[in-house]
Design a protein around this ligand. Structure first.
Ligand code: HEC
Length: 283
């Protein structure tokens, strides 16, 4: 009896092994522990976009090499202490997928409709890492969105303190070009209100899309506020302070990244974009 079970068990194992080898040959992806698969879309070579490749965290770690680090930048932004991360180097990943330098930025599409973007120059300058594992202290409550892949500024690098360097929950990395990506925004008002344009694209666009780019995690600001009126602007400031403050339950403290004058400039910029949108509709 015992022997029969053993034999059956052995048969099952060899069957699974053969199946595993079979699957292994059909692509780079095997089911990971938690079943999450991440997508990388390399640079455009001809008119057609390149085919996405699919990766588990284990495969990314094996391909790019991984290590464990901390990040004071992350801890400061989230109000945590002592967080630890297993990370892969974003620069190594860029070299693996775009050795010829066809792109100058990577778009970061997230599971929660957040859309981040980092220039390859910044990825190299600040030695940006991508966390594949996140460990925060048991005394802190992890918000839903705090999942791999997560952008991490390592401790010896001085990246500007902005929402831009905190993209989490990334499901897809897409190689792209900055100029083409931001073109609709630049055309709509970026040239006339540089401070507002920069502050908005470094801190807000990721969740509040505008002119068809950015994420949709937040509300549509142009539809909710009239930036040509004093009362519209006052309500915007009041709502911003009431939602994006340091005690925001979902850790969306964006207030820490923008000064009062930057917020004013953001409103000027949004007013320009709104006028542009209305004008182009009337043409
Ligand atoms: C991480 C994503 C995220 C970022 C980044 C972000 N927001 Fe938001 N924002 C939200 C969400 C989510 C809401 C809440 C929407 C709702 O009420 O359901 C919100 C709400 C708001 C509101 C309205 C608050 C209310 O009472 O409904 C304003 C104003 C606002 N954001 C402005 C900004 C500005 C300005 C920036 C950049 C300086 C910014 N947000 C950056 C996600 C974000």
């Amino acid at each position: 009896m015992k022997q029969i079970i053993c034999r059956r068990f052995k048969l099952k194992i060899s069957f699974l092994l053969v199946l595993g080898i079979f699957w292994g040959c059909s692509g780079p992806v095997n089911a990971s522990e938690d079943g999450v698969v991440y997508q990388i879309i390399g640079p455009k070579i001809s008119e057609e976009s390149s085919t996405p490749s699919r990766w588990t965290l284990e495969q990314l770690e094996a391909r790019a090499g991984s290590k464990e680090i901390s990040s004071l930048y992350f801890d400061r932004a989230l109000g945590y202490q002592g967080s630890r991360f297993r990370v892969i180097s974003f620069a190594v990943l860029v070299n693996l997928f775009d050795a010829e330098g066809r792109s100058d930025a990577v778009l970061l599409n997230c599971f929660d409709d957040y859309q981040g973007i980092l220039s390859i120059a910044d990825i190299q300058r600040y030695d940006i890492q991508l966390a594949t594992r996140i460990v925060i202290g048991p005394e802190f409550k992890k918000p839903d969105w705090l999942n791999p892949l997560l952008v991490i500024v390592p401790d010896n690098k001085r990246a500007p303190f902005q929402e831009r360097y905190l993209t989490a929950n990334i499901r897809e990395l897409k190689f792209t070009r900055l100029k083409a990506y931001y073109a609709p925004l630049r055309e709509a008002g970026g040239a006339s209100s540089l401070t507002g344009y920069s502050a908005f694209k470094d801190n807000c666009l990721f969740c509040h899309s505008l002119m068809g780019i950015g994420g949709n995690k937040g509300i549509r600001l142009l539809e909710s506020y009239d930036f040509s009126r004093r009362d519209g602007k006052n309500r915007f400031k009041k709502d911003f302070a009431a939602f994006h403050h340091k005690d925001n339950a979902d850790k969306q403290n964006v207030e820490q990244f923008v000064s009062e004058s930057q917020l004013e400039a953001i409103m000027d910029f949004l007013r320009l974009v709104n006028d542009f949108a209305i004008n182009s509709m009337n043409q």
